[in-house]
Design a protein around this ligand. Structure first.
Ligand SMILES: Cc1cc2nc3c(=O)[nH]c(=O)nc-3n(C[C@H](O)[C@H](O)[C@H](O)COP(=O)(O)OP(=O)(O)OC[C@H]3O[C@@H](n4cnc5c(N)ncnc54)[C@H](O)[C@@H]3O)c2cc1C
Length: 755
């Protein structure tokens, strides 16, 4: 009999009742403490002595952190499959990808019928289960555009909305004993989950054969199907029989199941804490070791992906060589969760492989794997809001560090905070608020720390507190060669200099240390003006901003002119004060610059200003087309030409942000972000067809550099502008030292290579 070479995992099966010692949730937590991979509960919704299994699973997922949860097995006749699919995806998302699904066709039909569900014969129940699986997989296929329509004998779905995609590809395991069910597993299942107590001698082996044959007949590889087994027994001092003796005997009894039958997940059914502990300490590790020994050191790997998923693979990627440490991190185009990770906020993508890493060691592993594919594009993704940075691609690899998103206070006295690259600025603001602190960031809460804090960071506190990078005190960076180095003013100071403005070129930052500021409630102003005299408006607005104390930072956004309607300008501003008189003093000068059409001014926590984020995956499409320029002052000439650009409709989004103030206090050579003299940062989004490039060329003479985060052009000339003079020379020398093979090239690349 084959050994399917799956790595071993261990679970517990706990009675879904509180009557047992400590109650089911306590035993689930204990299972987690003991290192089990999985905790499961039987499902008998007709049984009043038990908790409803679904509710219990949700509860347990909420009170645990690492362990997977699963029904064992879910009575599918009692659960409408479309709703079950959505509930499963929700629980998987809420638990961070820890829900696995084991299904049963239904037993105890008298009890099921008593609950108002139509009785099926065993044969019908198997067919109904097959249809239910199709429905569930159809719902999870969030990437499919067409609504789900399936017309079966038992289940009909007529135009159901797809999604959400679960957080991981939820495996569908099936509890079964009869050949018809086993053939269904071969055709559609991801695992077989019988119990030793129901199996007669030889039935396990026969079942494996039937499943394998059905799998091959359906064009599948039997290794796609994990083999699980519920086991129960007694721990005793002396060996008394099968699974009735000391731990060594358990190992001896279970080893043949692993090596000869291919069972790779053993689930101990017990509510006895002592037995759970002995199994975890005496059986699981010894069994793992014995299996690895017999396999000649190969501890096995993950379950092979399905034939359909393998068929969707892109050329040039050695998918089967993804290291075991990254098995659960790897998302392929055929995976249900791919729709969640393929695109970014602003850019459509179709990468061949996304590696969702969880720590620095996994980043290094992912990088090593990516480096074995030097011809492929390599994206690095934190918050997925890159405009210049390409954090998705077509057919390449993406290393996604969004899970490295912790925010922790290191030292209250010095306001030193450690933040992971995957944290979003809304979360950072929220976490710092209780301390009365804030970190100067961007203006949008959904943007990630990784991309912004390696490039600059122009936001609502810019004039008063400078750029985000000006608050960076240290960073841990995984370099191209896989080493993790600490960079600060004392350690690797040249790298620390480079990371503050050109970070994407030098490695993957896995942790940032910032010194944050004391910021309490702020005034948040949203004003709408008639800016039909656009040039005059730009001049007047900029004059107010330049004359204001640094506690005011403002942005303005202009759309194109529409026939018969005025040009509207939206002016947004933060005043870092909760004193109404100060706020009025700062904002009043705006009131006279043009007809004011609407206004709202609130005193709110800074975190409330940053809470402007929508949750869920990114679904950007196409390629953004944007240009950036920094100007010292909005001169009459600049204002006239900018107004012309807006008038022609060359930009569908035109924005000017205030910088200057504290941003300009930092000497240009102190960080790789060198364009420090400007008071304003200008960005325009348009299209190739809209004529933005030509219009922008005409504005170029006004610019004193640019901010790379808002520039999509990658030609060498733009690199020169973003990193002027000696900055670029120094960056290139450092690139030679830290990334000689230009591994980190699919961004605003200091070597000027175009992706
Ligand atoms: C809606 C929106 C609003 C914005 N507002 C502002 C703003 O107010 N102020 C501002 O300054 N910018 C702003 N930006 C620009 C933003 O700062 C950049 O696009 C930034 O790169 C996004 O970071 P991210 O982590 O979300 O992006 P990602 O797409 O994840 O990354 C972008 C690039 O950054 C690099 N990168 C990402 N993570 C790391 C890492 N851990 N280590 C090294 N390099 C990394 C990679 O090269 C990557 O391609 C905005 C962008 C958008 C789309």
């Amino acid at each position: 009999m084959p050994d399917y070479l799956h790595s071993l995992s261990f679970g517990t099966s706990i009675t879904p009742a509180n009557a047992k010692p400590g109650g089911a949730p306590a035993l689930a937590r204990f299972s987690e403490q003991l290192g089990y991979n999985l905790v499961t509960f039987q499902d008998h919704p007709y049984q009043p002595a038990f908790h409803d299994t679904w509710t219990l699973l949700t509860w347990v997922a909420a009170v645990t952190e690492r362990i997977h949860v699963a029904p064992n097995v879910l009575s599918i006749p009692m659960r409408p499959p479309a709703v079950t699919a959505r509930a499963a995806a929700s629980l998987d998302l809420l638990s961070g990808g820890r829900f696995d699904l084991a299904l049963g066709a239904g037993a105890f039909w008298d009890a099921i019928e008593a609950m108002g569900v139509r009785r099926l014969t065993p044969g019908q129940a198997v067919d109904a289960l097959g249809e239910a699986i199709d429905v569930m997989r159809g719902i999870w296929a969030a990437g499919e555009r067409a609504p789900l329509r399936l017309s079966g004998t038992y289940h009909h779905v007529n135009g159901a909305k797809r999604g959400p995609a679960p957080a991981h590809d939820i495996p569908v395991w099936i509890g079964a004993y009869k050949p018809k069910m086993q053939r269904l597993i071969g055709r559609k299942g991801d695992g077989w989950l019988p119990s030793t107590s129901y199996l007669k001698p030889g039935e396990l082996r026969t079942g494996m054969r039937i499943i394998d044959e059905a799998a091959v007949e359906a064009g599948r590889d039997p290794r796609e199907i994990r083999r699980l087994l519920n086991v129960s027994g007694t721990f005793a001092r002396d060996g008394r029989g099968f699974l009735d003796g000391p731990g060594t005997q358990w190992v001896e009894d279970l080893l043949p199941y692993a090596l000869e039958d291919g069972v790779s997940t053993f689930i101990l059914a017990s509510d006895d804490p002592a037995s759970l502990q002995r199994f975890a300490e005496e059986v699981a590790p010894a069994l793992r070791e014995a299996v690895a020994r017999e396999r000649g050191g190969d501890g096995g790997g993950p379950t092979l992906r399905s034939t359909a998923v393998r068929a969707a693979r892109r050329p040039g990627i050695a998918y089967d060589d993804v290291p075991a440490t990254l098995a659960s991190a790897a998302v392929e185009p055929g995976d249900a969760r791919y729709s969640r990770v393929k695109s970014t906020y602003i850019r459509g993508g179709s990468p061949g492989l996304v590696l969702q890493v969880r720590d620095a060691a996994e980043v290094a592993d992912a990088l090593a794997f990516a480096r074995e594919h030097p011809a492929l594009p390599l994206g690095v993704r934190s918050g997925g809001h890159g405009i210049s940075g390409r954090s998705t691609n077509d057919g390449g690899i993406v290393i996604d560090v969004s899970a490295l998103n912790t925010i922790e206070v290191m030292d209250k006295r010095t306001r030193r905070v450690r933040i992971g690259p995957g944290a979003r600025w809304a979360d950072v603001a929220q976490a710092l608020a209780p301390h009365g602190w804030a970190l100067s960031s961007g203006d949008y809460g959904g943007v990630g720390v990784g991309g912004l804090a390696t490039a600059g960071g122009v936001g609502w506190l810019a004039r008063e507190h400078g750029l985000t990078i000006d608050h960076l005190r240290a960073a841990d960076i995984v370099l191209a060669d896989g080493r993790t180095v600490h960079a600060s003013a004392e350690e690797n100071p040249d790298l620390f200099w480079a990371v503050r403005g050109a970070g994407a070129n030098f490695g993957i930052v896995v942790s940032f240390e910032f010194e944050v500021d004391v910021v309490g409630d702020v005034a948040w102003a949203q004003l709408v003006f008639d800016a039909s005299d656009t040039a005059q408006f730009l001049k007047s607005w900029s004059a107010v901003v330049e004359a204001a104390p640094r506690d005011l930072t403002s942005n303005l956004v202009l759309g194109g002119r529409r026939r018969g309607r005025p040009v509207y300008a939206q002016v947004l501003a933060v005043v870092d004060s909760d004193d109404p008189d100060t706020v009025l003093d700062r904002l009043k000068p705006f009131a006279g610059i043009a007809p004011l059409l609407d206004q709202s001014i609130q005193i709110v926590p800074y975190a409330a200003v940053m809470a402007n984020v929508r949750d869920g995956g990114h679904d950007g499409q196409g390629e953004p087309h944007a240009h950036s320029g920094l100007v010292e002052h909005i001169t009459p000439e600049f204002a006239a030409e900018a107004a012309e650009l807006i008038d022609t409709g060359a930009a569908y989004f035109f924005q000017i942000r205030s910088v200057g103030g504290a941003v300009s206090d930092v000497p240009p050579d102190a960080t790789a972000y060198a364009n420090r003299s400007a008071n304003f940062s200008v960005v325009a989004f348009g299209t190739n067809a809209s004529g933005l490039d030509q219009r922008w060329e005409r504005l170029r003479r006004h610019f004193a550099g640019m901010y790379l985060s808002f520039e999509t052009g990658l030609d060498p000339e733009r690199i020169d502008i973003a990193f002027p003079g000696d900055t670029l020379t120094r960056l290139r020398a450092l690139k030679e030292r830290y990334d000689p093979e230009n591994v980190f090239r699919d961004n605003f690349n200091v070597l000027g290579a175009t992706p």
